[in-house]
Design a protein around this ligand. Structure first.
Ligand code: SAH
Length: 245
C-alpha cells in the first residue's frame, strides 16, 4: 500500500528537498510513498492570482484567504480522498510520535503549508482541518514543518528502515528518551565508553540502558517523565543533571 502525501504550498519547488534523498528518497523510488504538489496560487480567483489579504482588525502582515485555501483543499481531496488534512501552524497541537504512528498507518496525508501571518481561521472548521505544530518556535513558512511531519511518517512505513527493531526502542516510542549511544574508538580525548557496554552481558546492558533512559528523561524532559510515571515530578535523586557553568 502506498502512502500518499499531498502538499499544498506557495513554494512547491521546496519539495521533495530532503525527502528526495536517503531512506525517504529510496522509498519514494520504490513506490512506498508518493508525493503530489499543489500550488495554492493556482486556486486564486482574481486576475492577479492573489492568495492573501490584509488582516481583519488591522495589524502587520498578510493572511491567506479562506476561499483560495478551500478551493485548493477541495482539489487535493479529490486526488487523496481518504487522507486527513493537516495545517502546519504554531497554534496547533504539538506533533507527537503517537500521532505520527497513526498517520503512517493510514492512507496518507494532505499537508497545508502557511506563509505570512498564516491562515484565515475559518478554514479549520470549514474544511475539517487538523492544526499541528512542530514545536514552540516560529518558522517563516509551513514547508520545513511539512517536511518534518512527512519524514517522521515515511521512516515508519513498512520496509523503509533497515532493521525493524531499530524503531522500537527509539525516543518517545515508550514515552521516554532513548538511552545514549557510543561507538569506536573505545577512548577519545580521554573519554571512554561506559564499561558495561563492553561487558558482553546483554541482560546487564539492557538494565543499564533502561536506567539511563529513565535518568535522562527525568532530568532533560520532566514533562515526559511526569506523563510516563503518572506521578508529580520530585527533584530527581540520582538523576544526572546538566551543570550550569
Ligand atoms: N502569525 C503566526 C505565525 C506565522 S508563521 C503565529 O504567530 O502563530 C508562517 C507559517 O509558518 C505558518 O502559517 C505555518 O504554516 C508555518 N509555521 C511557523 N511556525 C510553525 C510551527 N511551529 N509549526 C508548524 N508550522 C509553523
Amino acid at each position: 500500500m502506498t502512502f500518499h502525501a499531498t502538499v499544498l504550498t506557495l513554494y512547491p519547488e521546496m519539495f521533495p528537498g530532503p525527502l528526495g534523498v536517503s531512506l525517504a528518497g529510496r522509498a519514494r523510488d520504490e513506490g512506498t510513498w508518493s508525493l503530489e504538489m499543489v500550488q495554492i496560487r493556482d486556486f486564486a480567483i482574481d486576475k492577479h492570482r492573489t492568495v492573501d489579504d490584509t488582516p481583519a482588525g488591522g495589524g502587520a502582515g498578510m493572511v491567506l484567504r479562506v476561499d483560495v485555501l478551500a478551493a485548493a483543499i477541495d482539489h487535493a481531496r479529490k486526488g487523496n480522498p481518504a487522507a486527513p488534512v493537516i495545517a502546519m501552524t504554531p497554534r496547533g497541537k504539538p506533533l507527537t510520535q503517537a500521532r505520527v504512528r497513526e498517520l503512517a498507518a493510514g492512507p496518507g496525508v494532505i499537508v497545508l503549508c502557511g506563509r505570512f501571518e498564516g491562515f484565515d481561521e475559518r478554514i479549520f472548521e470549514g474544511r475539517g482541518v487538523e492544526e499541528v505544530s512542530v514545536g514552540d518556535i516560529v518558522l517563516s513558512g509551513g514547508e520545513p514543518a511539512a517536511i518534518m511531519l512527512l519524514d517522521a511518517c515515511i521512516r515508519l512505513l513498512p520496509g523503509v528502515m533497515g532493521a525493524p527493531s531499530s524503531g522500537a526502542e527509539e525516543s518517545f516510542e515508550n514515552g521516554l528518551l532513548e538511552y545514549p549511544h557510543y561507538t569506536r574508538p573505545q577512548e577519545w580525548d580521554g573519554r571512554t565508553i561506559p564499561e558495561v557496554l563492553r561487558s558482553g552481558d546483554h541482560a546487564k546492558i539492557a538494565v543499564w540502558r533502561k536506567l539511563q533512559s529513565e535518568i535522562d528523561t527525568r532530568s532533560r524532559r520532566p514533562d515526559l517523565w511526569e506523563r510516563h510515571s503518572g506521578a508529580r515530578v520530585q527533584p530527581a535523586s540520582g538523576a544526572r543533571r546538566e551543570k550550569k557553568d
